[in-house]
Design a protein around this ligand. Structure first.
Ligand code: SF4
Ligand code: SF4
Length: 232
């Protein structure tokens, strides 16, 4: 069975198909990188799944807390019972190293597919977060000012405010809370030089509400392919 055939089979399960990477999982992947996630997957498979009779079998994989755990539940590789039911690998015998490697490949294929599945819907909600702020560093101020053909002093004076905690500067917002650089059709007027916070949302910079704010995070599989408003 190819990974695509396996994913199609899993997609028919209501239970399996409800698992998705959370904003925290995405941030963790962005911080650690795929190779580190792969090494964690290999460790989990070797230690928690591969022994003939893994300790605590059936409950050895938490439902959340690591992208690999989520991938294991999504792919029915979370315990020996699921492995036997779904993938016909019998309980009671150790999983050989080559089969462990295939399991890790499968888990990583799911994680990469899910991670890449994010499709921005260009709703602009992330630029309209109530009471949201976008801090700007000195380097960001310099590059935005240059892009706008302004001096840094002019940009600071006209386009920034003191942060609420008085530690640094933030971009100005409109009275409705939207960023002043957001256009009516949800594009960013300073996209090529936008602050890193904007550039890395929602993969690296995120917050506990991101999945509520961002429709593409809420339902990444169903979101239609699109380009991020911040890429225009
Ligand atoms: S700078 Fe651009 S991407 Fe960032 S909040 Fe404003 S409009 Fe959105
Ligand atoms: S990143 Fe999310 S919230 Fe921001 S525009 Fe795209 S879909 Fe909307």
């Amino acid at each position: 069975m190819t990974p695509d055939e396996a994913f199609a089979k899993l997609a028919r399960s209501k239970f399996r198909s409800r698992f998705h990477l959370s904003p925290e999982d995405r941030r963790y992947i962005a911080e650690k990188g795929m190779e580190t996630i792969r090494s964690h997957a290999a460790d989990f498979v070797r230690d928690r799944l591969a022994p003939a009779n893994p300790p605590n079998d059936g409950r050895q994989t938490p439902m959340r807390g690591h992208p690999v755990f989520v991938a294991q539940h999504a792919t029915a590789t979370c315990c020996r019972g699921c492995l036997e039911t779904w993938w016909k690998f019998p309980k009671g015998i150790p999983i050989p190293p080559e089969r462990q490697a295939r399991l890790v490949d499968f888990l990583m294929a799911w994680i990469k597919r899910e991670y890449a599945s994010f499709r921005c819907q260009r709703c602009g909600a992330c630029c309209r977060i109530p009471n949201g702020i976008v801090r700007v560093s000195d380097a960001e101020i310099a590059r935005i000012a240059a892009f706008l053909d302004m001096t840094e002093a002019e940009f600071i004076d006209r386009e920034t405010l003191l942060a609420p905690d008085r530690r640094g500067l933030v971009l100005r917002s409109r009275p409705d809370g939207a960023c002043v650089w957001l256009t009516d059709d949800n594009l960013c007027r300073i996209h090529p030089v936008k602050p890193d916070k904007c550039r890395t949302f929602p993969h690296k910079w995120t917050n506990p509400d991101s999945h509520e704010i961002c429709p593409a995070m809420r339902d990444p599989w169903r979101a239609p392919p699109n380009v991020c408003h911040t890429q225009n």
